[in-house]
Write a protein that binds this ligand. Structure first.
Ligand code: UT7
Length: 330
């Protein structure tokens, strides 16, 4: 039987500080009712402390993962960090994480696909396992979104939070793990969701800082419409391609950007709410953290052989679905 790439462990980490809707009401012209009905978000976590970047979240998630799986850091072959908020433009956050956790034998790199990054990284990582090239690969989705949020912009500051989740991928001979992935991108969407400055096209200047161009900018409605259509389309497509009916799907694990986007995807798939992982009310949109944070929180409910559909949409535009069979009972 061919080798498949199975998730053999999961861990999540969110920082302690809770930024509630009530607190946001004091910062910008918004209210709990608007945020709750339009997004489903009640609170989000924020990483406080000078000099603390995304790697701090990733290190916590990965160290916990190694402890849970009883795997020595030196056994890890590769670490891919999916992030849109690296500690620095270079070196990669994955290298920083690898060093701090003692993964001396791993090579490490970052992967950038905004909110779809975790799925892109999971799919990429699974190839290293399926080909027999590597035995133990960690994918960590981590973002300190608060570092690129303008807390004067009520259209974006209410959505995002900080968090990280990490998975261990190992070879499986029983057909469990990643079954299929459909990943897509359309760069013409970049004008609707981006950070204007700080990259090579528009390096930081006093003017870019004054104009608050180092934070997330989005045309919310356009992104919303594209997300609803694309996430639902691609999830339906992966079900059809793999002959899965709604009954065959044990869990939908959607990117947590907006409760209404999640509902629309589940509706199109015909999957009932009881099978949809949602923790957006507690964490908001943690970008690359959302999907692994869901898996982490639902781990005890997951059973060997469960069919999971993971789905995401984000900046780029990027989007996709991954179909996997859960590989263990916890
Ligand atoms: O994960 C990355 C991908 N990102 C997404 O998937 C986000 C997709 N977009 C969305 O989730 C939604 O578009 C938002 C949650 C960002 C906004 O919701 P919306 O229902 O699209 O609202 P809107 O932008 O159409 O704004 C409606 C009204 C406007 O007022 P007027 O023009 O109707 O008077 C806004 O100014 O709501 C106003 N508004 C707010 N009011 C209170 C916008 N933000 C707020 C706010 N509090 N925080």
């Amino acid at each position: 039987m061919k080798i498949t790439a199975a998730i053999t462990g999961i861990n999540g980490y969110v920082p302690d500080y809770i930024l509630t809707n009530k607190e946001l009401e004091k910062i910008v012209d918004t209210n709990d009712e608007w945020i709750t009905t339009r997004t489903g978000i009640k609170e989000r976590r924020i990483l406080k402390g000078e000099g603390k970047g995304t790697s701090v979240l990733g290190i916590e998630a990965v160290n916990g993962l190694l402890k849970k799986t009883k795997i020595d850091a030196k056994e890890v072959d590769l670490i891919i960090c999916a992030t849109a908020t690296p500690d620095m433009i270079f070196p990669s956050t994955a290298c920083i994480i690898a060093d701090k956790i003692g993964a001396a034998n791993a090579f490490a790199y970052d992967l950038m696909a905004a909110c779809s990054g975790f799925l892109y990284a999971l799919s990429t990582a699974s190839k290293f396992i399926e080909t027999g090239t590597y035995k133990k690969v960690i994918v960590v989705g981590a973002d300190k979104m608060s570092s690129i949020i303008n807390y004067e912009d009520r259209a974006t500051c209410i959505i995002f939070g900080d968090g990280a989740g990490a998975i261990m991928l190992e070879a499986n001979n029983e057909g469990l793990g990643v079954q299929d992935a459909i990943l897509k991108s359309d760069g013409s969407g970049s004008e609707f969701l981006h950070m204007k400055a700080g990259g090579s096209a528009k390096p930081a200047t006093y003017e870019t800082v004054d104009a608050k161009e180092h934070s997330v900018w989005q045309d919310g409605q356009t992104v919303f419409k594209a997300a609803v259509t694309s996430m639902a389309d691609v999830s339906e497509e992966i079900m059809k391609k793999n002959n899965l009916s709604a009954n065959d799907v044990s869990w939908l694990v959607p990117h947590q950007a907006n409760q209404r986007i999640i509902d629309a995807t589940a509706r199109r798939m015909g999957v009932g709410n009881e099978k949809v992982m949602v923790n957006i009310e507690k964490y908001g949109n943690t970008t690359n953290g959302t999907i692994p944070l869901c898996l982490w929180e639902w781990e005890k409910k997951l059973k060997l052989g469960d069919n999971l559909i993971l789905a995401a949409f984000g900046g780029g535009f990027t989007w996709g679905s991954v179909y996997l069979k859960w590989a263990y009972n916890s």
